[in-house]
Design a protein around this ligand. Structure first.
Ligand code: TYD
Length: 182
């Protein structure tokens, strides 16, 4: 489950949801099935309310000596999720990539070579991050639209993902995304 850390309003919403659960509990809704359904609704709401402020550039651990640099990322230690999948984009021509949102997937994007611009969009606000160093990574929260463009020559954008590939986790239509965020 993803917990946005930056938006205070998100936390207020969490408390409101907790109150709703408590109210339902008092009303006698005690079965495990009902509780699971409620938790699922909370999780979905949680993904929907993320904002571009839940994305941030992090410094990736690096070790330097006279042989050069080595950077390392351990899932659950350097980033807030276990790594289930790695993919990378390279030899990207003029055309942009991305142009979709993920409902649950968390990612870390790194330009291991060259540079790329990543624009995050929460339906209200957009923020562009420039990835141009192999020891900088962009932590991407779920529930946000992303566009990747301005790939420099020879750029390689590596993505560490919290889940295996799941086509159902994608929203590829921008209007549908805006509806999802409401
Ligand atoms: P796509 O999601 O369209 O790329 P982008 O991230 O630029 O939007 O993926 C392109 C193709 O690669 C598509 O046919 C699905 C496939 N694919 C996988 O099979 N596994 C993966 O982990 C990813 C990211 C893509």
């Amino acid at each position: 489950m993803f917990f946005p850390k930056n938006a205070i309003s998100n936390w207020i919403l969490h408390f409101l949801f907790a109150d709703v659960i408590f109210f339902l509990y008092l009303c006698g809704l005690k079965s495990a099935k009902s509780c699971c359904a409620i938790v699922f609704v909370i999780m979905c709401a949680n993904m929907k309310q993320t904002t571009v402020r839940d994305c941030k550039i992090i410094d990736i651990r690096k070790y330097a000596d006279n042989r050069g640099y080595l950077s390392v990322i351990e899932g659950g230690l350097d980033i807030p999720f276990e790594i289930k999948r790695i993919y990378y984009l390279y030899m990207v021509p003029e055309a942009a990539r991305g142009a979709h949102a993920h409902k649950e997937l968390q990612q870390l994007m790194i330009a291991t070579s060259g540079s790329v611009h990543v624009t995050m969009d929460d339906g209200g606000e957009k923020k562009t991050f420039v990835l141009d160093k192999p020891w900088k990574g962009l932590l991407v929260a779920p529930g946000l639209w992303r566009d990747l463009d301005n790939f420099s020559g020879g750029a390689v954008c590596m993505v560490l993902a919290s889940e295996k590939y799941d086509a159902d986790d994608y929203i590829r239509d921008y209007e549908e995304f805006l509806e999802y965020k409401k």
